[in-house]
Write a protein that binds this ligand. Structure first.
Ligand SMILES: *[C@@H]1O[C@H](CO)[C@@H](O)[C@H](O)[C@H]1NC(C)=O
Ligand SMILES: *[C@@H]1O[C@H](CO)[C@@H](O)[C@H](O)[C@H]1NC(C)=O
Ligand SMILES: *[C@@H]1O[C@H](CO)[C@@H](O)[C@H](O)[C@H]1NC(C)=O
Ligand SMILES: *[C@@H]1O[C@H](CO)[C@@H](O)[C@H](O)[C@H]1NC(C)=O
Ligand SMILES: *[C@@H]1O[C@H](CO)[C@@H](O)[C@H](O)[C@H]1NC(C)=O
Ligand SMILES: *[C@@H]1O[C@H](CO)[C@@H](O)[C@H](O)[C@H]1NC(C)=O
Ligand SMILES: *[C@@H]1O[C@H](CO)[C@@H](O)[C@H](O)[C@H]1NC(C)=O
Length: 425
């Protein structure tokens, strides 16, 4: 059967019959090469009839298409890529794409009248890898909408009207990228994301998130990038990020965070941490313990007046630290910091009092050295520990008592820690 079809096709082609594919290029479109049809900005209100069934790529961007029916794409069974962005789509009939079993990429973005998608809208798209639904006005998604998309790897739902994380993500086990940026989501439930076991990049930036249930991220064992920037997050409970063992980049900038406790303690692969533009006034002294890969730390635009002793001392990979726009008090509590900066090989920005020029230290607003006694915090224990887990390395072995020996030297102070880690200073 298969061979017979090929045979007939060949005969027809040789005889120069009606199989000249270029002939079927709609007049308002460009077809080059033949299977790639560009009908973008062609003023189309409906799909042109003459589109060849062999078409592989069809660009219908920026037209006036309004309704797609089950017949619209029925014959285009070879289609790999379909762009329908920037149209006036209001309704996608259930089964619109059912013949497009080879489609890999579908762009429906910028259809601002698209508000609701029926459960069977995407039925048949068994090989779809990338789906763009950004910049529409979707406010509700049927729980089974994506259950027909077993191959989906990238889903963009940015800039819509969603107020909650839809239930519809339950069968997307191949999904690696998900954007829900610029919606109106307020909460992340414990089960909202639980089936997204392949997810690498999760973008929740610019929502109104203020509640995240503990355990919301525990199943995201492959997540590498988590963007929670520009939300209303105020609390960071210690268990919040449990499970994110692979996360490399965490965005928490522009939230309402006031304290950093032990929330980051198990993020052993964290390299970039954005905490700028919050209201952080206190950081636990072991907040960043075990973050052996931390490379980039952004703490600008907070409410920090000092940093706890040794906060950065055991971060071997730290290269960039941003500290500007904080109400720093360069007093005794920050002695450790002055000496740490002398050893630090990376770039440090924004804590000016730590950088007096060599011959002029009058800018230093430190108190008289005799006022500096050993602050009680020096003896504090690692508050984070590795509580309840066996994955984190143990806290550093307790060191001997700490002595602070203060010497005046052109109002420059040297304090010395008399223990095994003297070399760090
Ligand atoms: C196919 O179409 C092209 C361009 O329209 C034309 O130049 C060519 O002669 C046609 N070939 C046949 C066999 O009709
Ligand atoms: C489709 O057309 C739009 C212009 O309307 C263009 O910006 C876009 O790059 C095209 N897409 C592809 C894949 O060629
Ligand atoms: C689809 O192809 C059939 C023949 O196989 C044809 O009769 C029909 O008009 C085509 N439909 C569209 C929408 O092109
Ligand atoms: C888009 O569709 C709506 C009806 O759904 C219509 O009122 C409007 O004129 C259309 N806009 C364009 C540019 O075609
Ligand atoms: C998820 O997919 C499985 C098969 O892979 C199917 O049995 C199940 O019904 C689907 N669940 C939903 C909610 O669609
Ligand atoms: C900044 O921190 C101080 C305590 O260090 C607190 O009294 C003040 O209210 C904080 N300001 C803001 C805007 O959070
Ligand atoms: C030392 O710094 C102060 C304030 O920054 C400045 O006014 C003064 O001229 C400087 N003195 C010298 C000797 O550079």
């Amino acid at each position: 059967m298969f061979f017979r079809v090929i045979f007939i096709f060949n005969c027809a082609a040789k005889a120069g019959l009606s199989l000249n594919i270029s002939d079927s290029c709609p007049s308002m479109c460009k077809c080059a090469p033949e299977e790639v049809i560009h009908c973008n900005r062609a003023g189309l209100r409906a799909l042109p009839g003459e589109i060849a069934a062999s078409t592989v790529s069809l660009n219908l961007s920026n037209n006036y298409l309004r309704i797609l029916t089950t017949n619209t794409f029925r014959n285009l069974t070879f289609l790999h890529s379909l762009w329908l962005d920037g149209n006036n789509l209001t309704f996608l009939s259930p089964g619109t794409f059912h013949a497009l079993g080879k489609l890999r990429e579908l762009d429906l973005s910028r259809n601002t009248r698209l508000t609701y998608l029926h459960a069977n809208t995407f039925r048949g798209l068994l090989n779809l890898i990338s789906l763009d639904l950004s910049h529409c006005n979707i406010f509700e998604i049927h729980p089974l909408l994506f259950s027909h998309l077993p191959s989906l790897e990238s889903l963009n739902l940015a800039s819509n009207n969603m107020r909650y994380v839809p239930q519809a993500f339950s069968n997307l086990s191949s999904l690696t990228r998900l954007s829900l940026e610029s919606n109106h989501i307020e909460a992340i439930g414990r089960d909202s994301l639980k089936d997204l076991e392949s997810l690498y990049d999760l973008n929740l930036r610019k929502n109104r998130i203020w509640i995240i249930q503990n355990g919301a991220f525990t199943k995201l064992l492959r997540l590498g990038v988590l963007n929670l920037g520009h939300n209303f997050i105020a609390d960071l409970p210690n268990q919040l990020f449990d499970g994110l063992i692979q996360v490399k980049t965490m965005h928490l900038e522009a939230n309402r965070i006031t304290d950093i406790g032990c929330t980051f303690r198990l993020l052993l692969n964290l390299r970039n941490l954005y905490l700028n533009n919050n209201q952080i006034s206190s950081i636990s002294d072991s907040a960043f313990s075990y973050l052996n890969k931390l490379h980039f730390l952004h703490l600008s635009k907070n409410n920090l007046s000092s940093l706890p002793l040794r906060l950065f001392v055991e971060l071997p990979k730290l290269k960039y630290v941003f500290l500007s726009h904080n109400p720093w008090k360069c007093d005794c509590k920050m002695f450790w910091f002055l000496r740490w900066t002398a050893m630090f090989r990376g770039a440090l920005e924004g804590l000016d009092c730590a950088f007096p020029s060599q011959h002029n230290t009058t800018a230093l607003s430190v108190p008289h050295p005799m006022d500096c006694t050993v602050p009680p915090e020096l003896e504090s224990k690692d508050k984070c520990g590795a509580a309840g887990t066996s994955m984190a390395p143990g806290p550093p072995a307790p060191t001997s008592k700490v002595f602070l020996l203060v010497v005046t030297c052109h109002t420059w102070y040297f304090a010395r820690r008399w223990d095994s880690s003297v070399a760090m200073f």
